[in-house]
Design a protein around this ligand. Structure first.
Ligand SMILES: *Cc1c(COP(=O)(O)O)cnc(C)c1O
Length: 366
């Protein structure tokens, strides 16, 4: 029996927090794990050995250098951050989203994003007392420019997130629609910071990074997670130093640990390996999409990420049948009405994709 009085918890913990469900991570033990957009490939064995030696040298007894100077310089170079722009590091881009929320959380301030979209935009807003405004995409998951502009005029959000491509839909929003939103947010319709979330950039091969210097209200956020380093937790925000200097003030000073920093520095010396893996996954994405779409009653949506959104006749049933065949994907059909009967599947190795496709075909049958 717990010695904790439930009434004391009620007295102390916020009502909205008590009412929440915990962030659910499915148990994937013994399953083919295609639910979280992880890169299925590990580093080649010789590189892992070298990395092990490198990590053995790390001074674990010391705090990280708070600004992670060396890693920031390396990232700016490898990721083609335009001259004059800076980057700020986060413990995953999830932490950057939290920092942005903290930095703008005035009473009454709002955060806006198209929906269905990435859940952390809404969650971080709730945690910091911001109002989240979700603007529905069109039924084909393209950006509804008119609806966005109208919502911007009505709500005057402090921050607008545009995931490029979007999760869970995989949609690469139209660049002109996005530009119209960025421009309208420069004062004509509202005054908002627009954060383009490029978590899937290695699979999209389109980026707003080169255009950063054109817009004084634009930031570009990326992560190494989907590229193959989800375990080290490293994200970054690129933009004008004037913005980043403010957001940096709410950053926990030692948020990027020394092992993450050393690992990232090492892997960035071998970024060609990750780029090659991303290229394989892009090729696999096309063949998995074609194979799924060949089944009657199945619609596969165009994706620029390392995952595919697919509509099936009965999502809950197919999800369960796949699980019975030891394949774990994500049932997103309850996330938003536009996602009715939709499943999201991560693209993996040719072997795992073949196993998935076989299980998928069988699951549609029974
Ligand atoms: C996965 C994901 C992130 C979070 O990435 P981390 O760096 O692992 O925290 C951010 N945005 C989108 C759209 C994502 O899908």
């Amino acid at each position: 029996m717990s010695a904790v009085e439930p009434s004391l918890i009620e007295r102390i913990i916020r009502d909205d927090v008590r009412a929440m469900g915990a962030y659910h991570v499915a148990d994937s033990h013994g399953l083919i794990k295609l639910d979280a957009m992880e890169n299925p490939y590990q580093l080649p064995a010789p590189l892992r050995e070298q990395l092990g030696k490198r990590l053995a040298e790390v001074a674990l007894n010391r705090y990280p250098v708070p600004t992670s100077e060396a890693l920031r310089a390396r990232l700016k170079h490898v990721m083609d951050v335009p001259a004059g722009m800076e980057i700020l590091l986060g413990n995953g881009s999830d932490e950057i989203i939290s920092m942005l929320a903290l930095a703008v959380a005035r009473p009454g301030a709002k955060v806006m994003a198209p929906v269905p979209g990435f859940v952390m935009y809404a969650m971080s807003a709730q945690f910091t007392g911001l109002e989240f405004v979700g603007v529905p995409l069109r039924a084909d998951f393209t950006l509804d420019r008119a609806a966005m502009l109208a919502a911007m005029a009505e709500h005057k959000p402090a921050v607008i997130y545009l995931a490029y491509p979007n999760n869970p839909t995989g949609t690469l929003f139209d660049e002109q629609d996005m530009e119209a939103i960025v421009r309208a947010a420069q004062g004509e319709v509202c005054h908002s910071l627009v954060v383009v979330d490029e978590a899937y950039q290695p699979f999209a091969q389109h980026s707003w990074m080169p255009r950063l210097p054109e817009f004084g209200n634009l930031l570009v956020m990326r992560t190494v997670s989907k590229l193959g380093l989800a375990g080290i937790r490293l994200g970054y925000l690129a933009g004008d130093p004037a913005w980043l200097a403010q957001i940096d003030k709410v950053r926990p000073p030692y948020n990027v640990n020394v092992l993450t920093e050393a690992t990232a520095l090492f892997v960035l010396e071998h970024v060609d390996v990750l780029d090659e893996q991303a290229a394989q996954l892009r090729a696999q994405r096309a063949s998995v999409a074609a194979a799924m779409a060949a089944h009657p009653g199945v619609t596969v949506f165009p994706s620029a990420g390392n995952f595919l959104l697919v509509r099936v006749p009965d999502a809950a049933r197919i999800f369960d049948r796949l699980l019975a065949r030891k394949v774990l994907i994500k049932n997103v059909s309850k996330m938003h009405p536009l996602l009715a009967n939709c499943l999201r599947v991560t693209v993996s190795t040719p072997e795992e994709n073949a196993q998935f496709l076989e299980a998928f075909a069988a699951s549609l049958q029974d």
